[in-house]
Design a protein around this ligand. Structure first.
Ligand SMILES: [Zn+2]
Length: 274
């Protein structure tokens, strides 16, 4: 495991782990067998389970100018039936890492998939992050809001609107003068990243722009959960080029190493953990 905390100028970013999990390759990457990923096993051994794709539900806390911003809320307490009954532990991990839930001022959702909204509400339906306003990408709200019956994760989201603690966002929006939302559509229509700039240093929290680090090199390898493969690929090209060229620290919710840089190694573009 690489660094779990980085500083970017005056900003602190803490990586949080809800739970690791594994998924059959053919379910996550139906167009690409395990053998297709084999050339990257040596580079990224932690992304290969026992015949399955190994990943995690990760989140990030960003501290900037007195604000604590939580980026995504994980899979949730579970048990998650389709993942063998696993249970997340995000709130415990937050307390252990010095970011207790009651400190959170802003909950920012990169997108509204179930592994990113799971701890939003407590068992009795009130927000776990009691003083926070919750920022939801408008395009995801519109997209998933039309499919409430087939998207049970929205039960973690729609009550926020009724309780008056939700704001819809679109475009680039400053959360502090150091932290800005940055639309990165494709995985979902409203998928949004966070750009952090402070003291001449820069980072990007990219949500689900990639799930397996081999996708840093093969931007065209899409998962079954990328809503629009062509747009996802184009967004990867744009963001990974910027990230590599400008030397940003990059963070991916599903990578086992929470922070890294995109560099060239023997002709490949690779994710090198910090
Ligand atoms: Zn995800």
């Amino acid at each position: 495991m690489g660094a779990t905390k980085v500083t970017v100028g005056n900003v602190e970013i803490v990586s949080l782990l809800d739970t690791p999990f594994e998924v059959p390759w053919q379910i996550f990457f139906p167009e690409r067998s395990e053998a297709g990923f084999e050339p990257y096993r040596e580079l990224y051994p932690d992304s290969y389970g026992e015949g399955r794709f190994r990943t995690q539900a990760g989140c990030y806390a960003v501290r900037s100018q007195g604000q604590t911003i939580l980026c995504d809320t994980g899979l949730g307490p579970g048990p998650i039936q389709f993942l063998g009954g696993i249970r997340g532990s995000l709130l415990d991990d937050m307390r252990q890492k010095g970011v207790p839930p009651e400190d959170v001022d802003i909950v920012f959702f990169t997108h509204l998939h179930g592994d990113h909204v799971g701890w939003t509400l407590s068992a009795n339906g009130v927000p776990n992050f009691q003083k926070a306003r919750h920022l939801v990408p408008q395009a995801d709200w519109d997209y998933f809001g039309k499919m409430l019956e087939t998207n049970p994760q929205m039960q973690q989201v729609t009550p926020l609107a009724d309780q008056g603690v939700m704001e819809l966002i679109s475009g680039e929006q400053s959360l502090t003068s150091e932290v800005t939302t940055y639309p990165t559509p494709g995985h979902t229509p409203g998928h949004t990243s966070l750009l952090i700039s402070s003291g001449g240093e820069h980072a990007i929290i990219t949500g689900d722009l990639a799930h397996h680090p081999a996708q840093i090199d093969h931007i065209e390898w899409c998962s079954a959960f990328d809503t629009d493969a062509a747009t996802t690929t184009e967004t990867r090209r744009r963001v990974f080029d910027q990230t590599e060229t400008n030397g940003l620290i990059a963070a991916f919710c599903h990578f086992p190493e929470p922070f890294g840089k995109l560099i060239r190694l023997e002709g490949k573009r690779v994710f090198r953990a910090l």
